[in-house]
Design a protein around this ligand. Structure first.
Ligand code: MN
Length: 375
């Protein structure tokens, strides 16, 4: 079973302009844990005493999820992580030549020595360690083998493969992860970014290639275009590959709303799985098909993710939808009445750019009936 390590409370909060308060972080951690997410990355201890206090508060809840904290591959970051109550620390270090040379201003050997020193020290303090390979997608694959070998020798249990800039596609991701999987016994965790809209696809590819862990964020929150959305990864794994994560997807609407509210980031109406209108149907041919048999136009049952189909009336509606909508109001229309009301609905949709409310429908019905009596 693939293990979801949700990073909403770390990379998600790292989104420009997003900051959670203690109550929000605790509420999000509780909701994710209650839904069955096995691991949570909950913060960055080196940020300061307030952050450490929140992490300790989350650890004090006794959640069933394993807790991870994030730090750079530095002694001060490691020391700040101790005593926060986390089970595992992710120590991150650039592994691409471009970042080793132009960000760290060091060389590859220095990186390997830093991994050995800090991972060993963390192990001596009793922490479990994941080595975060920043910019791993641009790193020399042969050097990544050496990074993983060094990490394992020093006592790390996991390597996080970060596509920090979101520049991979699923085919290259699969290839890169498969080669690492064949070369190492470490746990491999995929960390994808959505700059090209491929974070969820790349995460699925990594899992197929043998990644044991996958990073996600609720609603795809995260740096720039964000990370792989929890809801998309969970449902993609289930429906495309029959792989379960132990997560109750029916809780997604509640978790998604909580994170949207706390982050101040509204959920786009067409956001897959959690967007307001992703189970709404207007087009006449689709509604007609759905009413005949749900499987005509249903990928998966929206009840699986705590949602339901919604029929909405608009410019593309057909008379079957109109009759169905009125029957729900207790009004039985003839085909002729439905057609005449349909024109009113189309005019309304174009003018107001929204679906008519039930009061509008009742008004259209009364107007249509009186017209027909006069004519
Ligand atoms: Mn990231």
């Amino acid at each position: 079973m693939v293990i979801i390590n949700d990073v909403t409370l770390r990379d998600g909060e790292q989104t420009a302009g997003v900051a959670f308060n203690a109550e929000e972080k605790i509420a999000i951690a509780c909701a994710l844990s209650a839904s069955g997410v096995r691991e949570l990355e909950v913060g960055i201890p080196i940020l300061g005493p307030e952050e450490r206090e929140i992490i300790r508060a989350i650890a004090g809840l006794g959640l069933s999820s394993k807790l991870m904290v994030w730090g750079r591959m530095r002694q001060e970051d490691l020391l700040a992580s101790l005593g926060c109550g986390a089970d595992i620390v992710n120590l991150s270090i650039p592994v691409s030549d471009i970042q080793i040379e132009h960000k760290l201003c060091r060389d590859r050997n220095w990186v390997l020595r830093a991994i050995t020193r800090h991972v060993r020290e963390a192990r001596e303090y009793g922490m479990e360690v994941s080595v975060g390979g920043e910019d791993a997608s641009r790193a020399d694959p042969d050097f990544l083998f050496r990074v993983m070998e060094t990490a394992q020798e020093a006592g790390a249990r996991r390597f996080r493969f970060a596509d920090t800039l979101g520049l991979l596609d699923p085919f290259h991701t699969f290839d890169r992860i498969r080669r690492l999987r064949e070369a190492s016994d470490l746990e491999i965790e995929m960390h994808a970014h959505d700059d090209l809209g491929l974070a969820a696809a790349n995460t699925l590819a990594a899992v197929l290639a043998g990644a044991s862990h996958a990073n996600t964020t609720v609603n795809g929150l995260g740096e720039r275009a964000g990370n792989a959305p929890l809801e998309e990864v969970v449902m993609g794994l289930r429906h495309l590959y029959g792989m379960e994560t132990g997560i109750d997807a029916r809780r997604f609407p509640e978790i998604s709303a909580l994170v949207s509210e706390a982050s101040g980031r509204p959920i786009p109406a067409n956001k897959s799985i959690v967007g307001d209108s992703v189970f709404s149907h207007e087009a006449g041919i689709h509604v007609d098909g759905l009413l005949k048999n749900l499987s005509n136009y249903q990928n998966f049952d929206p009840a699986e993710v705590g949602r339901e189909h919604r029929l909405v009336l608009g410019k593309h509606s057909g008379s079957k939808s109109v009759m169905e909508a009125y029957s729900r109001l207790g009004i039985t229309l003839t085909e002729f009445e439905a057609k005449s009301i349909l024109q009113r609905i189309r005019d309304h949709a174009v003018l107001h750019k929204k679906t008519p409310a039930s009061q509008d429908l009742e008004r259209f019905y009364l107007e249509a009936s009186s017209c027909m009596m006069v004519s």
